[in-house]
Design a protein around this ligand. Sequence first.
Ligand SMILES: CC(C)(COP(=O)(O)OP(=O)(O)OC[C@H]1O[C@@H](n2cnc3c(N)ncnc32)[C@H](O)[C@@H]1OP(=O)(O)O)[C@@H](O)C(=O)NCCC(=O)NCCS
Length: 171
Amino acid sequence: MLETERLRLVCFDAKYAKELFELWSDYEAIKYTYTPLMTTINESINFIEHQINRTDKSFQDRFVVLLNHKAIGMGGCICMDKENSVFGLYYQFSRAYWGYGYASEAAKALMNYVLDKHLNAVIKADAVSVNPASIAVLKKIALKQTHIEEKGFRRNGFELDLIHFSNASFS
Ligand SMILES: CC(C)(COP(=O)(O)OP(=O)(O)OC[C@H]1O[C@@H](n2cnc3c(N)ncnc32)[C@H](O)[C@@H]1OP(=O)(O)O)[C@@H](O)C(=O)NCCC(=O)NCCS
């Protein structure tokens, strides 16, 4: 479990299915991610099960974000390349909780968590060019833009440029 001033980041559990369904059934909240749009709580339960199965057993790499015991989002920092300690940071929050600094707070905690365990970790993250809030979050946690991948994000037939960020200027 990770703790910040206002948030707790905990393991995935089916008990959060209903609250996370608020996030995963809202197209506006997930349209710039690869999370499937859900229409039933069962899908939410299955997705949580999938997250549990994919969680790294040796190093907790994905979390549900709680605010006063309510699940308001999720985030993770997942190992993409073990040999070179490269991790991919991501997050998403229910719309009712945007604009309060929660994403920045959680993202910072996730990044520090990885850097505590892997001193020289390369943290990578990306955001579509039309998602200024996410770009602002990545800048707030001091990641630097490395490059733009033209049409790097594809979902539902639309293609968007993807802005890549990292804590290592060479990546
Ligand atoms: C992106 C997202 C995580 C931001 O969450 P959040 O909790 O509102 O983020 P924060 O409050 O920590 O910070 C948002 C920052 O973006 C800024 N911001 C928000 N909308 C903005 C806009 N339209 N233009 C410029 N900046 C904007 C805010 O001002 C804030 O910066 P500040 O604290 O310096 O004022 C949230 O909108 C979300 O979950 N979106 C859906 C999923 C998603 O896009 N995930 C990221 C995939 S790359």
